[in-house]
Design a protein around this ligand. Structure first.
Ligand code: URA
Length: 291
């Protein structure tokens, strides 16, 4: 303890003593003070000293000068964007990786039943760096035939929801938990969702949406790792690996033969989503919070 206090004293002395001193004398003065310091440690019975460590602020300063961005491991833990590179070249690289991922998915045989019965895989559509990525359950018959997500009746309703939000479908990314159609449109099995998860995670990492919107219970429960009902999950924000996530009812459940009365809940969720993105809510002249 004494040694540490003396060390601080020495630093102050040095500043006082060396003010305006020529370089050679400055070095001699430092040497003298260090020797004196070590002798006083020795006299106090100190027989060893720890190696000097680089102070955290010095490390930060060095990395800044080297053009590196420091990210706190805590702030980015589990985030999809932990080591986000930016710039046109990095974007081009992500685009190439997305295409490579799509090709990998097209050859996938992890779920033998799905691989044997699909017409083609349905990877997803839309640009990169989007505001919103909608994630549905799995392709149906129309999607399996066309190779595009949400192109059937439920898809048409989703397009209308997007238009009502003041956006264009082509500005949004749309994909599913499963990239293959389950035969007869049955619900995806847990092991099928697990098999496909790596693809979805990589897809989201490359796309970098500002918000994810899970459509329906399968998407919401899979992404959030819960068995809670969609009715209880909807209406608030969660986080999926650093990305804000909101859940709402699946468009298919809003069709006239099912629960069209839930459309108003979906609209409430879409208003929350628009607010989160800082976008105006069409038809309210503002952020829609009063309607
Ligand atoms: N339902 C989904 O969940 N996804 C589609 O792509 C189509 C219908």
């Amino acid at each position: 303890m004494m040694g540490i206090a003396r060390c601080g004293d020495a630093a102050i002395d040095r500043e006082k003593v060396m003010d305006g001193m020529p370089k050679r004398l400055e070095r001699e003065e430092i040497t003298r003070q260090v020797r004196q310091q070590l002798e006083s440690y020795s006299a106090a019975g100190v027989t060893w000293l720890p190696h000097a460590t680089v102070a955290p602020f010095q490390l930060a300063d060095n990395e800044e000068r080297m053009g590196k961005t420091r990210t706190s491991p805590l702030a980015t833990a589990g985030s999809l964007f932990a080591e986000a590179e930016t710039g046109p070249a990095a974007r081009e690289k992500r685009l190439i990786e997305l295409r490579q991922l799509q090709e990998r998915v097209a050859r996938c045989t992890r779920c033998p039943e799905l691989a044997a019965t699909r017409t083609q895989t349905v990877f997803g559509t839309g640009p990169m760096d989007i505001d919103i990525c909608f994630v549905g359950e799995a392709p149906g018959a129309d999607e399996d035939r066309r190779g595009e997500p949400f192109v059937g009746v439920a898809g048409q309703l989703l397009t209308r929801i997007i238009t009502a939000m003041g956006m264009r479908r082509e500005d949004i990314y749309i994909c599913n938990i499963l990239k293959c159609r389950p035969p007869g449109n049955r619900q995806p099995k847990p092991d099928e969702c697990r098999n496909c998860r790596e693809y979805l995670d990589q897809q989201l990492e490359l796309l970098r949406p500002k918000v994810i919107c899970a459509l329906g219970a399968t998407a919401a429960q899979n992404l959030l790792g819960t068995s809670m009902s969609i009715g209880r999950l909807r209406g608030k924000f969660y986080e999926y690996r650093g990305i804000p996530l909101i859940c709402t009812y699946h468009p298919a459940s809003l069709l006239p033969s099912r629960s069209p009365e839930k459309k108003k809940d979906v609209w409430e969720d879409m208003k929350l989503l628009l607010n989160r993105l800082g976008k105006p809510v069409p038809g309210t002249g503002g952020n829609g919070s009063s309607s």
